[in-house]
Design a protein. Sequence first.
Length: 190
Amino acid sequence: MMETFEAIKTRRTIGLIKPDPVPHELIDQILEAGTYAPNHFRTEPWRFFVITGEGRNRLGEVFEDITTAKCTEPISEDDLKKIEKAKKNPHRAPVIIAVGVEPTEKKNVIKNEEYAAVHSAVQNMLLTAHSLGLGAIWRTGEICYHEKVRDFFGLSEAGEILAFIYLGYPDMEAPKVKKTHFKDLTTWIN
């Protein structure tokens, strides 16, 4: 595994993934890394769902239903293309890890902190995937937060999916990015 700071500096979104299967041992390491994210009062609000094989077809059907419901009758040729694309989206990678939040009902826990914990878990997972030589992209968008997606994964009404991590072996070079220097974004208050 690579050194932590190097992983942070070199991790990039990898949108093109090979169809090759990912060993379960690597997926397990990525999932375990997610559970080491900080979380207030140790509520562990994250929920993980690993989608592979035919499971991707089932998720694609949910995406298809959501996209179809947004179309007006009669359905146009453009609408049909959007529906078909939505249905195929889960096939962009051999593995998808859906990451959900189930906020605790404890009165002393702030809901925003539950979301922050899950987002931290996702970052741990992305860094671990990168350090294991895998490529990943964190996808969201309107469809991610739809109630049909929540129901598909069996989350409560308070829960929702916060990330679809599309995961596999990279089929592209990591893009070069220019980062704003931290000094330009930092104020020291003494």
